[in-house]
Ligand binder design. Structure first.
Ligand code: FES
Length: 123
């Protein structure tokens, strides 16, 4: 089953205004995540504008139908963060419930969980 990484492409970290402001931090993280997920069959990505976690930018959601879903935040737009998010999403895709054992979490996602959402009931 496909696990989706939903990336907020309007997130701006503290100090974003001090740069050239050509792209948001969320756009930069989205580009890195999309590159890291290229060619994967069980993980797909999409961009949205705002996940309502703006003060804890950058934010992503990891979701799949019928599984536990998560929002994660406070990421810098770095290749390390992107590859950690994608590796976690691959583990999520391989999990029947969406729960991924802590011992297998990529180092880059530790300390970044914000919320967990149980799957919706069937009816
Ligand atoms: S701008 Fe990214 S969560 Fe609001």
């Amino acid at each position: 089953m496909t696990t989706w990484i939903t990336i907020c492409d309007t997130c701006k970290r503290d100090g974003w205004e001090d740069g050239d402001m050509a792209r948001t931090d969320g756009e930069n993280l989205a580009t890195l995540i999309e590159a890291a997920a290229t060619g994967l069959s069980d993980v797909r990505t999409r961009r949205v504008s705002c996940l309502m976690g703006c003060s804890g930018s950058c934010n992503v959601a990891v979701q799949a139908a019928g599984k536990l879903s998560y929002t994660l935040g406070r990421f810098d737009p770095t290749p390390e963060a992107a590859s950690g998010i994608v590796a976690y999403a691959m583990a999520h895709a391989g999990s029947e419930t969406g729960q991924v054992p802590y011992r297998t979490w990529p180092e880059a996602i530790k300390g970044h969980f914000v919320t967990r959402h149980p799957p919706l009931p069937d009816e």
